[in-house]
Structure formats: C-alpha cells, structure tokens
Design a binder for this molecule. Structure first.
Ligand SMILES: N[C@@H](CCC(=O)N[C@@H](CSCO)C(=O)NCC(=O)O)C(=O)O
Length: 358
C-alpha cells in the first residue's frame, strides 16, 4: 500500500477535491506506474458532471504517462523503470472481442479496486485508470512503452485523444488515399482526426466547427478547408468547396446536434464514423431510407479501435519523424492543485489539451 495524492469527485458537478488516498500494491500481473502527466479529456468532464453515471467517490483521469515503479508477483515483460503510456483499454485477451482483435471493446477484463481513503472507504478507479493521481495500479494490457526520446507529457496524449482521433480515421473509417473527409469538431480529438486524414493521404480534409479560431487550428493540423457550423445549412458549403459530398464524415464532439447534421455531408457509399460520445440517453435521428438507398454506413468506434501493441509504435515513430504533431496539442501544463481551473479552461473550449503534471 502506498499513500498517493489524487483529485477526487465526491458529488457530481462539484469541484474535485485533492485528497491523500491509499493505493494497493500491484497484485498478480498488475503494474504500478508513477505518473508524470495526465491530460484532461472531455470524457473526464462528462463523468464528473454525472452525465454518464458511475459510483462515487471516484478518481477520473485516463490519458496518462509515467514510469513503472512496481510490478506484481506474476508480471511478465514489464520492467521497473519502463516509460509507458497508461490507457483505459483493459483487455482480458480471451473473450470474443479480444480473440477477434478488438481489445478496445473487451468488457470482461477483471476490475481491480486499488483505491481507498485512509479510513478504508472504497474510492472508484474510474475508466480503469484513476489517473488524476500521482500513481496508478493498472492491468498490463493498459500500458505501452514509448521511446526514450519522447517526453512523457507529450506521450500522455497518445493514451486517448490521439489514438481516438487518428485511429477513428485509419482503423475505423479506413480512409484511403484520395478520399474526401469531413471532420466535425476541431478540438482535442478532431485535430487528431484531421492529422490522421492527412497521414492517410486524404484529398480534401474539411473541418467543421462553431469557432472560427478552431478552423485556423485545423489548417495547422492538415485541414484543406473549413466550414463554420454556425452558418445556415453549413453542409451546403461542402459542395461549393469540393464539388462533391464526402466519402467519410467523422463526428468528434459529443453533441447530438452535430450527429443530426452529419449525414448531410455524406455522399453515396460514404461512411459516418461516430467518435464523440454524448451523455447517456441523448438521441439523434436519421433518415434511414437515404442511408439505405445511398449504400452508406454508420460506424461506431471507441478509442479509435486501437490495438496498443500495433498502433503505439507507429504513432511514436511518426511523432519522432515530425509527421504526427503532438507538442502543438498541448495548450497548458498545470499542477494537480489547480486541476479545477484546468477543467474549467477545457470546458470553456479554449484549450486543445490541458495537461496535469505531477
Ligand atoms: N455511455 C457509457 C459511457 C461512455 C463510454 O464508453 N465512455 C468511455 C470513455 S471514452 C474515452 O474518452 C469509457 O471507456 N468509459 C469507461 C469504461 O468503459 O470502463 C456508459 O453508460 O457507461
């Protein structure tokens, strides 16, 4: 058992409270990772506001990186000192999802409960991580090694926003060279979808956002064009710009309004890739006859359909070659004590990624 400092949610919607907690020692194959950085993702905010439910008290945070400081008695292939990212993708390796190459939708992996208050009260390790804390204990399936040349604050972004955006394009959307791509939302995930489309060789990459400055950001990450979502019938601008509808449309924000509009941008045989996750029970509507008669597909994706052992090495290489922008994604670094200010800044839509440094 180790004493850690963590940001704890005690009531949905309230500021997180910095508390000392006890973290159990790693059991079985588990590993303890001392964190250097954890970025704030909109999913942390959705949980902290109660829009996805879940037990309380809880520690959120799931986009992290650090180095391994302890291993369980049965851990294999991981050494103390390894520099790793920590993700929420916990996979058992044996269920139907894992056996068919989809560890990102394994829902059978054993849940651990390593967190307690000093008085013994259980604290929920949200999203399998609880990484708004200076240390975590996680399953080894959740970690991936990163090269020594890669700073860990930058590496932390790979744990969610980058793999979700790039993976949605490459793994889920299967964008091919020469296809036209629309990315709705140019925030922390959308910018990565945009650079994923650039890496995949898309012809036109059209960013759609409510905020003009975000369309400028989008261009820096590879967008060829931008459409202001606040315009009347913004989808009509697509044909003006490119002369055709899109092959692939990605919704990267958790807004049902964006999902309602998305099919308007898709051409015959096109794919709608659903990435952003609205709160529970939020609905969108579609015209099924159009989707059927134009042979279109709706594709849901969690964590960019990422297989860590396959995808993290190539993304690290692309970063080191200067082809995957990561440094540019970090807006600010914050100490854990100021996490509520960092969350407010993320909620205000000002930041690409705010990173908590331990
Ligand atoms: N509506 C769902 C929760 C949505 C969901 O799947 N959230 C993801 C976080 S997205 C990462 O940015 C998740 O992995 N949640 C935790 C988990 O699956 O263990 C619901 O009702 O739960």
């Amino acid at each position: 058992m180790t004493r850690i400092r963590a940001a704890v949610c005690t009531a949905f919607g309230d500021p997180l409270r910095i508390e000392d907690l006890d973290l159990a020692a790693p059991e079985g194959r588990e590993v303890e990772v001392t964190l250097e950085a954890c970025a704030i993702c909109h999913s942390d905010i959705t949980y902290a506001e109660g829009r996805w439910g879940g037990p309380l008290p809880a520690v959120y945070g799931h986009e992290a990186a650090g180095h391994v400081t302890a291993t369980g008695p049965d851990t294999v292939g991981v050494s103390i000192g390894d520099r790793v990212i920590v993700t929420l993708i916990r996979s058992c390796g044996a269920c139907a999802s894992c056996a068919t190459g989809q560890p990102y939708i394994c829902y059978t992996a054993k849940r651990t409960a390593p967190l307690t208050r000093p008085d013994g009260t259980a604290v929920f390790q949200a999203m399998n991580c609880g990484a708004f804390a200076d240390k975590v204990v996680v399953d080894p399936s959740q970690i991936a090694r990163v090269p020594d040349e890669m700073p860990l604050d930058v590496a932390s972004l790979l744990s969610c926003g980058v793999i979700t955006g790039v993976g949605a394009v490459v793994n889920a959307g299967r964008v091919r060279a020469g296809e036209d791509v629309v990315v709705i939302g140019a925030g922390g995930v959308g910018l990565n979808a945009i650079q994923g489309a650039r890496i995949a060789g898309a012809r036109r990459i059209v960013a759609v956002d409510m905020v003009p400055e975000k369309l400028e950001d989008a261009r820096a990450f590879g967008a060829t064009d931008g459409i202001l979502a606040s315009e009347d019938k913004p989808w009509e601008r697509l044909a003006d710009l490119t002369g055709r509808l899109a092959d692939v449309v990605l919704v990267t924000v958790g807004h049902t309004g964006a999902y309602d509009q998305a099919p308007r941008y898709i051409g015959p045989n096109g794919r709608l890739v659903m990435v952003g996750m609205p709160g529970n029970d939020r609905m969108s509507s579609y015209a099924p006859d159009m989707i059927a008669s134009y042979g279109q597909s709706l594709i849901g994706t969690k964590m960019g359909d990422t297989v860590l052992a396959r995808d993290i090495p190539w993304m690290c290489d692309l970063y080191l070659q200067g082809r995957l922008k990561l440094d540019e994604l970090i807006s600010n670094r914050w100490p854990l004590d100021r996490i509520n200010e960092a969350i407010a800044d993320t909620k205000a839509g000002r930041a690409r990624r705010n990173v908590i440094m331990f």
